[in-house]
Design a binder for this molecule. Structure first.
Ligand SMILES: [Zn+2]
Length: 403
């Protein structure tokens, strides 16, 4: 959304990640570069095999939850790359790193390269992109930041099925907007993808509706180019969402909108602010109380764009004050690559994140989807983005592949 464009411009937001590490850590020795020592008991690698066979294995057996084990040359987890570490996937589907010697010799899935938590794009529009291509491009989980609730509910359910070729989908439901506000005037926003909020009581109803449709986020727009929600209504909306345990993502576009979102108590911005250079006091306040979703590559899509420079500058200062950013691309908004976006990663590096911090911004430690980089993750700053772009998503709950 270079402003005013016809595409999902002022995109919805996703959740923010942090520039620091997050995931748990346990056992294992610190490794350095990818692909070295095998883990104890690691025999011949099954390698890149993770297709239909694994899916079939997942559906076989009793169907009862069971613990799975995975092992690779190295594992990136909790902010560092380690060797001699295995992943134990519990009955709840959540993976945790453990000392490699704990993995059973039989029944452990083995991979070449580096295993890491599933890569997440925290800002997409599922109705506007081919999500199978997104998953094939290495993204294991997405946040939809504005769409038709019923469609998203169905999509998220399909994405949870064994053997799916879709990324997991977390979603916000409809854009909650001022009457006549953005994006109700945009051709890319179909009926049902936005809902007008007319009062504080209406705000509570809208949050309840979204929650009952399975939303785990609330998306609100504040676009200075059109009608804006009154500040007290925006504050009521955020309060209602938080009372329901839902995070609020604000599309803040134009003068005063970032401050309005901050003052209302919203915790996430859908985009790094790009329409103007924010003053340091506002950036510092945002860093203390908010997370930002990056979406830097929507400005120019690889060609020079003043908005990109403004956004990178705002993000660099936000990070300098300790702010937390989450990788998000606003997929569906213009010619963005499906899957891992090398340009977005490089823009994050330009804003000050080193490779480990980029990975933290792209992952969550509790995902049932994992990623693997077959050639081993390269953490050299110049080669990192291209290395990560070779990642592919795998289902961590699948049984070992015996093909
Ligand atoms: Zn968007």
């Amino acid at each position: 959304m270079t402003s005013g464009s016809g595409v999902p411009g002022g995109p919805p937001g996703g959740a923010a990640a942090s520039s620091g590490g997050a995931a748990a850590s346990s056992g294992g020795t610190a490794g350095s570069s990818g692909g070295s020592a095998g883990v104890a008991g690691a025999a011949a690698c099954c390698g890149a095999s993770d297709g239909g066979c694994a899916a079939a294995a997942l559906r076989s057996g009793s169907g009862a939850p069971r613990v799975r084990w995975l092992i690779a040359d190295s594992v990136w987890w909790g902010g560092r790359l380690r060797s001699r570490v295995a992943l134990r996937v519990g009955e709840n589907g959540i993976a945790k790193p453990v000392p490699g010697e704990l993995a059973p010799v039989a029944g452990t899935r083995r991979f070449r390269g580096t295993l890491l938590p599933g890569l997440v794009d925290a800002h997409v529009h599922a109705a506007l992109v081919d999500l199978t291509a997104v998953r094939a491009g290495g993204i294991g989980s997405v946040w939809d930041l504005g769409g038709v609730p019923k469609d998203l509910e169905d999509l998220a359910e399909r994405a949870r099925q064994p053997g799916t070729d879709l990324p997991l989908v977390r979603y916000a439901g409809p854009f909650l907007i001022a009457p006549g506000g953005y994006p109700s005037d945009r051709s890319w926003a179909p009926a049902g993808s936005w809902r007008e909020i007319r009062s504080a009581a209406d705000a509570h109803e809208a949050v309840a509706e979204a929650r009952s449709a399975g939303a785990s986020l609330i998306k609100v727009t504040a676009h200075a180019g059109g009608p804006l929600l009154p500040q007290d209504t925006l504050t009521s909306l955020v309060g209602a969402a938080h009372a329901s345990g839902l995070e609020v993502v604000v599309h803040a576009e134009g003068t005063g909108t970032v401050a309005a979102a901050l003052d209302a108590g919203a915790g996430i911005l859908a985009h790094t602010p790009w329409t103007e250079r924010l003053d340091d006091d506002l950036v510092r306040a945002c860093a203390e109380r908010m997370r930002w979703i990056s979406t830097l590559d929507i400005h120019g899509w690889g060609t020079p764009d003043p908005a990109r420079e403004i956004a990178v500058d705002n993000l660099r200062r936000f990070l300098g004050y300790g702010g937390s950013v989450r990788y998000g691309t606003d997929l569906g908004n213009g010619p963005l690559p499906a899957g891992v976006n090398v340009r977005e990663i490089r823009a994050l590096q330009e804003a000050g994140l080193e490779p480990h911090a980029v990975l933290s911004a792209m992952t969550e430690s509790d995902s049932s989807v994992l990623s693997v980089v077959d050639g081993g993750l390269d953490l050299d700053a110049d080669r990192f983005a291209d290395s990560l772009a070779t990642a592919r998503a795998i289902d961590g709950t699948a049984l070992p592949n015996h093909c």
